[in-house]
Design a protein around this ligand. Structure first.
Ligand code: C2E
Ligand code: CA
Ligand code: CA
Length: 566
């Protein structure tokens, strides 16, 4: 006989001693056999023992079946061979199998065995199902690429961790790789995956799973929850750096971290993560700082951002946006050769808001496209009016945020403006920031080429702020380089900035490009630049961005002065 389990218990319930004895004789080698003469005794045995099978006289079957503990135990009915209705009654009462008295050993053993195998199989199936469900649960909670827990699970577990260990102070740390998108583009996507897995592995081996948690939120964003006492953030970053270096990818893979020290564990964890992420955003693109802590000022910033998003549509409708114009001088003859249009927001409650505050928000939520179009149209109106009043055209540059290039009707829109205001493309210069070029999307380059073919001058804004290699310049569709202010600021202190600027000026000349230097504030800077042969200058030294009426006045005065000097 099959031994399914080494502690098998059988219960026989029958008033008839002979019946009980026969069963006992058949099975005592394989089972521990309990005997009950009546239902009360049966229930007692059932409640005290873990049974594998119950054999009972037909008259006990329905009562036994009512006992909850019997639910998962096979119940076999014993019926008299001459009881013709017995089989049907037994089945209706819930018996799983029947054996007939007087017993035939072979038949009884065979039936009991069959029942046991069947039950064992279905028990195994149940276990397998349960395991599968656990596995599926795991799958739902785990990020399949890295094996770390995912965002939702992190929220749940971090909350539980912090609420269990109320005496421990925690950090929530949000980490992100700089230029991960570029790495993915530059190399193969699998390289990106290797980086993510290596980082995940580093986090899970560095962080004691009993004390902290690590998770991949999305893309290249990781988040940790760790006790403050256990963490040396510099060490963590250094370790991460060397892990990344050991991959030998040949590209600097740098992680940046925003840290939120948790002082209120009851705050929802997603908000803690937002705060850590806010701290991270403060240093993004600033390659000196690798981490930063959240402070309350950041919350102010967040609230301010929320106000901006809330009010932006109304602002556009109510004409709260306006352009200011900042003159661009040719220092060779002290004349104003063009201007840059810069948007301003006059908020009815908060006064003038600087573009540094709202442009990044609009670039994130896409509203910049509407604002830019508003600015371009305002500029066209200005040029047209100015031409009508003075008979002269002053070309103006406008900023074209990268998001505009996702709109298929961009060129159509610009050409439409020229037609509407009866202008020519050279009058509207397009400033596109260096970082947009650095994305190096072929599509973007070809669109820019089309603009140039149409006759729009194209300026590379903030040149030198990113990482454009000078060698790349000759292949890019650019007419004018606008040198970033940072260079000018460094000019007086750093020999190197001077050398680079000199090099840029020469290179631009060789490539037939014009150069405008931005952010000139002092006479000294101006002299340096004049020395380097720079002639087009934009900066506070000459003028801040001005309301249109003031700009017109300045333009008229400058012209009059120059004419007097002639
Ligand atoms: P940007 O395009 O690089 O514009 C030059 C910024 O430098 C302007 O800041 C200008 O006021 C400032 N600036 C000019 N000369 C000096 C100087 O000598 N010293 C200093 N410290 N600053 C100087 P603003 O107007 O605050 O604009 C900031 C940025 O906001 C702009 O940088 C541009 O990226 C963005 N922006 C402004 N208007 C628009 C717009 O209409 N559309 C888009 N897409 N972006 C805009
Ligand atoms: Ca600009
Ligand atoms: Ca600029």
């Amino acid at each position: 006989m099959l031994i399914i389990n080494n502690s098998l218990n059988m219960l026989v319930v029958d008033e008839n001693e002979d019946s009980r004895n026969s069963i006992k004789n058949f099975f005592q080698n394989d089972y521990k056999v309990f005997e009950a003469l009546n239902i009360e005794e049966a229930f007692k045995i059932i409640s005290k023992n873990s049974l594998s099978v119950v054999l009972a006289d037909l008259k006990f079957i329905s009562q036994l079946k009512e006992n909850v503990k019997i639910a998962s135990i096979p119940l076999i009915a014993m019926i008299n061979f001459d009881d013709f209705d017995g089989s049907a009654i037994a089945i209706e009462s819930g018996a799983f199998e029947l054996i007939t008295k007087p017993f035939n050993k072979t038949v009884v053993e065979y039936r009991v065995h069959k029942v046991m195998v069947h039950y064992e199989n279905s028990r195994n199936m149940m276990l397998m199902k349960r395991e599968k469900i656990t596995e599926m649960h795991r799958y739902i909670e785990i990020d399949s690429l890295t094996g770390l827990i995912n965002r939702e699970t992190f929220y749940k577990r971090a909350a539980a961790l912090m609420q269990t260990n109320v005496d421990v102070k925690y950090y929530i740390i949000y980490l992100d790789i700089s230029c991960f998108k570029a790495i993915n583009d530059l190399f193969h996507i699998e390289t990106g995956n290797i980086i993510l897995r290596a980082a995940a592995n580093y986090f899970s081996t560095t962080i004691n799973p009993k004390m902290g948690l690590c998770s991949r939120m999305e893309a290249d964003h990781f988040v940790l929850c760790v006790p403050q006492d256990n963490l040396e953030i510099e060490k963590l970053i250094i370790g991460l750096d060397s892990t990344m270096q050991s991959l030998g990818i040949g590209h600097n893979i740098l992680f940046y971290a925003g840290i939120y020290p948790v002082n209120n564990p009851a705050l929802p964890v997603d908000q803690m993560c937002d705060r850590a992420n806010m701290a991270l955003r403060k240093i993004k693109g600033n390659y000196m700082n690798r981490y930063s802590y959240y402070d309350a000022g950041m919350r102010e910033l967040m609230l301010q951002d929320q106000m901006i998003v809330r009010d932006m549509e109304t602002a556009l409708q109510d004409e709260q946006f306006a352009i200011f114009l900042q003159p661009i001088y040719n220092i060779k003859n002290d004349s104003i050769v063009s201007a840059e249009a810069l948007v301003r927001w006059f908020h009815p409650v908060n006064g003038m808001i600087s573009p540094g505050k709202f442009i990044p928000v609009f670039e994130r939520n896409g509203f910049i496209v509407k604002v830019d179009r508003f600015v371009w149209e305002s500029v066209c109106k200005f040029i047209k009016k100015q031409r009508a009043e003075t008979g002269e055209v002053i070309p103006v540059s406008v900023n074209v945020s990268r998001l505009n290039f996702y709109n298929l009707d961009l060129l159509e829109f610009l050409l439409g403006l020229l037609e509407k205001y009866d202008l020519e493309p050279w009058m509207l210069k397009l400033e596109i920031t260096e970082s947009a070029y650095m994305d190096n999307s072929h599509q973007l380059m070809s669109i820019i080429r089309v603009f140039r073919e149409e006759g729009f001058p194209v300026l590379m804004d903030d040149f030198g702020s990113g990482y454009s290699s000078l060698n790349m310049l000759k292949n890019l569709p650019v007419d004018v380089l606008k040198v970033d202010m940072a260079f000018v600021r460094e000019l007086e202190e750093s020999e190197r900035a001077y050398m680079i600027l000199k090099f840029i000026m020469n290179l631009a000349r060789d490539l037939g490009m014009d150069v405008i230097v931005e952010g000139v504030e002092t006479k000294k800077q101006l002299d340096y630049l004049a020395n380097l042969g720079a002639d087009k200058i934009q900066g506070y030294y000459f003028s801040k961005p001005l309301p249109v009426v003031d700009f017109k006045k300045l333009l008229a005065e400058t012209k009059a002065r120059n004419e007097m000097n002639l």
